[in-house]
Write a protein that binds this ligand. Structure first.
Ligand code: GDP
Length: 478
């Protein structure tokens, strides 16, 4: 497809089936309305109930967002360190933490929690998140003001933080009356959270939390699947998402619009390397073993998977020329990885040998950053651009455990081939499998029954919450 000429046409479904609010200044965020020029239309329609809840959230955000009367009043209460009295608006503050893929997933989880509990989501961007995303809500920013009273405290939030919900429970404040409720609580929902912190995901605890005006949340987990196991949210969630495996797909497309700077990276790359192909294949290679790579056992795994499931065409190693009848199919392979070795290997394979079926294969890799350095701005822009470019492909291969891949699959509405995690540096057999759904995996769910207070297999309770393909103890929506 010729994307440049499409720019002159009116896109068919600019607002993604009503998911996006109209009335934004288009120039300030080109991606919001141009994304439909680069993606095939989604196969999944958001429910009309989700659309109406998003519109009412937008109204709430307008009334309660930064520097509104209600906001000023609520943040004064924090400053004066008084116990909570009821405020008009209640907030959940999301703290920037971990890699970019993780952040996108936790922001989505936090936003869904805000929707379910009628809270306003505010975002502490940290040092390195400015200029990656557009504002998602009309009129009022989602960015937490710089003069927010607890800003200094954010630097020391950890599992041990005394004002965390888990630690307060340990000190047994849970049955205190409204009068002595704190004006804020810290929710530690990261991989190292303990059994007390995990009680956040129990209905009984939500009753108390609902009276606290400010919740401060730090997480590197996509905790949405556990929200689906909470009886108090069950009905609302099934109205919001009649198709349960579309949570991240819809909320991700609603919230995350690349800033103009990142949109430039995405569109220039797409037009230069991907637009003219007949088929686009994304391969995301993320390795959690130590050492930079490339590793032979990973290369072997990528080829074993992609050739076995016909994601990539076979090459003919005996013949030097395969004569082509008719027009050759042009396949563009987009590889993302911190290392450049895999890309070079695949590209050379298709240069040195003809494909069996005559397909013409071009191979690209936008960046080779070598190391993860999350604090660097252009590094993050490129990471975001690459996740987005992967989401624009037709067929996707991702790496086990990687939130980077989850973001791409969810935004793209794709069920990827997941490369299994390898054990002691060997190629797993089978090398990969196709995902059951496009949803991300919750890597560290609690296995606790809030009612009986006993251990339980949370992946066996309902048909729509299952253990993940790539992590046997994880949970995902299907
Ligand atoms: P995860 O660790 O795979 O779950 O994904 P995260 O996005 O949370 O953290 C990994 C970080 O490493 C990314 O945000 C990037 O900063 C960097 N990174 C990992 N793989 C790639 C890649 O293929 N391309 C780029 N540009 N950065 C990557």
């Amino acid at each position: 497809e010729d994307v440049s000429s499409q720019f002159t046409e009116m896109p068919k479904d600019k607002l993604l089936g009503g998911l996006l609010a109209s009335g934004f200044d288009e120039g300030s965020c080109l991606s919001r309305y141009q994304s439909s020029l680069f993606r095939r239309p989604s196969l999944h329609k958001p429910s009309s109930y989700l659309l109406s809840r998003l519109r009412s959230y937008e109204d709430l955000h307008k009334r309660c967002g930064p520097y509104t009367k209600s906001y000023n009043r609520a943040q004064k209460q924090l400053k004066s360190n008084h116990s909570a009295s009821s405020t008009k608006c209640k907030y959940v503050v999301w703290i920037s933490y971990s890699g970019l893929g993780n952040r996108v997933l936790t922001l989505t989880s936090t936003f869904l929690y805000a929707l379910l509990t009628n809270r306003v989501l505010l975002v502490d961007q940290g040092m390195d998140m400015a200029d990656l995303f557009c504002e998602p809500f009309p009129e009022k920013s989602w960015v937490l003001p710089v003069d927010f009273p607890l800003k200094e405290t954010f630097k020391i939030l950890s599992q041990k933080f005394p004002h965390s919900y888990g630690n307060m429970l340990k000190k047994n404040i849970s049955n205190t009356s409204t009068v002595s409720l704190p004006s804020y609580l810290y929710l530690h929902l990261a991989h190292d959270y303990d059994d007390h912190d995990k009680l956040f995901l129990c209905d009984q605890d939500q009753t108390l939390l609902s009276r606290v005006p400010w919740l401060i949340m730090k997480s590197d987990l996509y905790f949405v699947p556990s929200l689906f196991l909470m009886p108090s949210f069950e009905q609302e969630l099934s109205k919001l998402f009649p198709q349960k495996d579309t949570v991240f797909h819809h909320l991700g497309r609603y919230l995350f619009h690349p800033s103009n700077h990142v949109w430039g990276l995405i569109t220039r790359y797409h037009q230069a390397y991907l637009a003219k192909a007949d088929e686009r294949i994304g391969i995301q290679i993320r390795n959690f073993d130590s050492g930079l790579g490339p590793f032979q056992y990973v290369m072997d795994q990528v080829l074993a998977c992609t050739l076995k499931y016909k994601v990539l065409p076979q090459v003919d190693r005996k013949r030097t020329i395969v004569t082509q009848s008719g027009k050759a199919n042009l396949k563009a392979i987009l590889i993302t990885s911190l290392s450049s070795g895999y890309f070079e290997n695949v590209r050379n394979m298709y240069w040195e040998h003809p494909t069996v079926n005559g397909d013409v294969v071009e191979v690209f890799q936008p960046s080779q950053e070598q190391f993860q350095h999350t604090e660097n701005r252009l590094h993050n822009s490129k990471a975001w651009a690459e996740m987005y470019l992967l989401s624009l492909t037709d067929v996707l291969v991702t790496s086990a455990w990687s939130t980077f891949g989850y973001v791409a699959q969810g935004l793209g509405g794709l069920k990827p081939w997941i490369l299994y995690k390898s054990d002691n540096q060997t190629t797993p057999n089978p090398p990969c499998r196709q995902a059951m759904s496009m949803e991300p995996c919750f890597h560290a769910p609690p296995f606790y029954d809030c009612k009986t207070k006993k251990g339980i297999d949370n992946g066996a309770l309902v048909p729509h919450v299952r253990h993940c393909e790539d992590m046997s103890w994880g949970l995902k929506l299907v």
